[in-house]
Design a binder for this molecule. Structure first.
Ligand code: PNS
Length: 159
């Protein structure tokens, strides 16, 4: 069985993430989307909320599982026998850091990284921008799924 991991913060999941997850789901037998639990980074959504949103938005694929992890991504891969990480590349600016991580992960544990060029429609899209725009009342309805949009509106009007 060919399995791949899509790791990330997903705070919250965007249409850009879903584009990569969907394409990975077409290439692999199973894709595990793992939310990185980062205690030192403040987030808008709790890990459970992020997990729930991902579950709702990927259920229809049938071969995508959602999980969380703490610590090194390669340790998660080894523990779950996943040999490859799939990452989206939006622009050259992503490449430096992603290449560094990919080479480090390969050196640490022999885990390979497959880079997928993001759909140009989403090349500017980042969760951090979505949150900032939503906080100031901007319209992000074309950047995230409708249920995520509703949650963003609730969260930003409550805060
Ligand atoms: O969505 P993000 O925040 O860009 O995702 C980054 C993430 C979580 C994929 C990356 O920071 C990661 O893999 N963190 C896990 C800790 C780790 O293994 N660090 C060493 C990487 S060489």
């Amino acid at each position: 069985m060919r399995r791949a991991l899509c790791p990330g913060s997903f705070d919250p999941v965007t249409n850009g993430h879903l584009d990569i997850i969907g394409r990975a789901a077409a290439l692999y037998d199973e894709v595990v989307v793992a939310v990185f639990v980062n205690q030192s980074k403040s987030s808008m959504f709790t890990v459970d909320e992020r997990r729930e949103m991902l579950q709702d938005e990927t259920r229809h694929y049938g071969n995508v599982a959602i999980d969380t992890f703490e610590g090194l991504v390669v340790d998660y891969c080894r523990a779950h026998e996943i040999p490859v990480i799939v990452k989206g590349l939006r622009a050259v600016s992503d490449f430096d850091y992603e290449l560094q991580m990919a080479q480090m992960n390969r050196g640490l544990a022999g885990i390979d990284t497959l880079f997928m060029p993001t759909n140009p429609e989403y090349s500017f899209l980042a969760s951090s921008l979505v949150k900032e725009i939503a906080k100031w009342g901007g319209d992000v309805s074309s950047l995230v799924p409708p249920d995520v949009f509703t949650r963003l509106k609730e969260r930003t009007s409550a805060g």
